[in-house]
Design a protein around this ligand. Structure first.
Ligand code: SF4
Ligand code: SF4
Length: 368
């Protein structure tokens, strides 16, 4: 049975540092030896200040770096941000300042290595830095996710897929959430983080995981050596049946976690946590799925007054379904695979997933 540690916490370094150190001691202080290459993988989705709750908080990252250094390890902060360079994300998130004076290296995941993860994906390219680390510490942020409902420990590891390979995978697994969740679980099994520490102090609810979401103070840190167990425990804390997050369902099916989890600490229930609006990608009779998918699934739409015409969405769109047109963006909904990556990467919170009028009417008729 896996243990998940749950602690009340706030972003006050005099209390947060001993708390993180205590968790690391409980999880396996012997993991880090003198000279161990320790990769710390926060959620560095996009440049955003800490109060937006888009990235893992700087003080959580600092405490982990200090712990690694004090135990003789060689820490490296790595990720493959969806938007901007890692340097820009670290600067704007405050992580760079928080790490001032500490001997830590920073490197975007760049070196791919091919790992055979089995059917149906076979060999996929994952960041060699993550695969070959002596110790990988996964440091997700607790956030909602318009495609996968929540982004927790397993989803955070999608950052181990390098840069432009990410939209490619979205394109291949995009319209099929279950397939995408299978891919995420395969990546998790391949990189196998030794420790996962979830920053849920200032979390995100609503239309996450980018700036369209709403920060929500939960005041909690969770930690475990089993990422899948931690994700299940986080769902329970939020009052969500764990199996509704597809990565949880698949990790359970694949024997990566048992349903019984030992909680060490106070796992208080969080009330009224606002989930993103997600509609099933496909519903109704099989024969008309193609038509339904095009007309009835939620579409990305742009609030023109918020759009800064920065180009992040059309650069990232894996289906090339977005084009700039006279200071407006245009979606080709026939090409769009409804992966919602554009919503995730928009730095100005201008994009949202919205249901069409036809979909609303169809749902009533089909009683979905
Ligand atoms: S929708 Fe967002 S990402 Fe796209 S151009 Fe406008 S501001 Fe940039
Ligand atoms: S338009 Fe948005 S939702 Fe559609 S394929 Fe492109 S990134 Fe994905």
């Amino acid at each position: 049975m896996s243990t998940v540690y749950v602690r009340s916490a706030e972003y006050n370094y005099s209390t947060l540092k001993p708390l993180i150190f205590g968790l690391m001691e409980s999880l396996g202080s012997s993991l880090i030896q003198k000279g161990s290459r320790v990769v710390i993988k926060p959620n560095l989705l996009a440049p955003a200040p800490p109060e937006k709750a888009v990235v893992t908080h700087p003080l959580v990252v600092r405490a982990l770096v200090e712990y690694v250094l004090e135990n003789g390890g060689e820490p490296m902060i790595s990720d493959s941000p969806a938007v901007g360079s890692i340097e820009k994300v670290l600067r704007e998130s405050g992580i760079k300042d928080a790490l001032a004076g500490l001997k830590v290296s920073v490197a975007e995941f760049k070196e791919p290595c091919r790992v055979d993860v089995g059917e149906p994906f076979k060999k996929i390219e994952i960041a060699a830095e993550a695969v070959n680390a002596d110790v990988l510490i996964n440091v997700p942020k607790l956030k909602t996710h318009t495609q996968m409902l929540l982004t927790l420990g397993i989803k955070n590891l999608f950052g181990c897929i390098i840069g432009l390979k990410k939209p490619e995978w979205h394109l291949r697994a995009g319209v099929d959430r279950e397939m995408f969740a299978r891919l995420l679980v395969k990546i998790y099994a391949a990189v196998s983080p030794a420790i996962t520490i979830l920053d849920g102090i200032l979390a995100m609810e609503g239309q996450g995981p980018g700036k369209g979401g709403t920060p929500r103070k939960l005041g909690v840190v969770m930690a475990s050596t089993n990422t899948a167990a931690l994700d299940r425990a986080a769902c329970m804390m939020l009052g969500i049946e764990p199996g509704t997050v597809l990565t949880n369902k698949i990790a359970l099916e694949q024997g990566l976690v048992k349903p019984d989890i030992v909680i060490d600490g106070e796992a208080g229930k969080i009330d009224n946590f606002i989930l993103p609006e997600i509609t099933q990608l496909v519903f109704g009779p099989d024969l008309i799925h193609g038509v339904l998918r095009r007309h009835l699934t939620q579409r990305p739409v742009c609030t023109d007054s918020l759009c800064k015409y920065c180009g992040e969405c059309w650069k990232y769109c894996p289906a090339e379904a977005i084009t700039p047109e006279k200071n407006k963006i245009h979606f080709d909904y026939d090409k769009c695979i409804r992966c919602y990556c554009c919503i995730e990467v928009c730095p100005h919170g201008a994009l949202q997933a919205k249901e069409t009028l036809i979909a609303k009417a169809a749902r009533k008729v089909l009683k979905m």
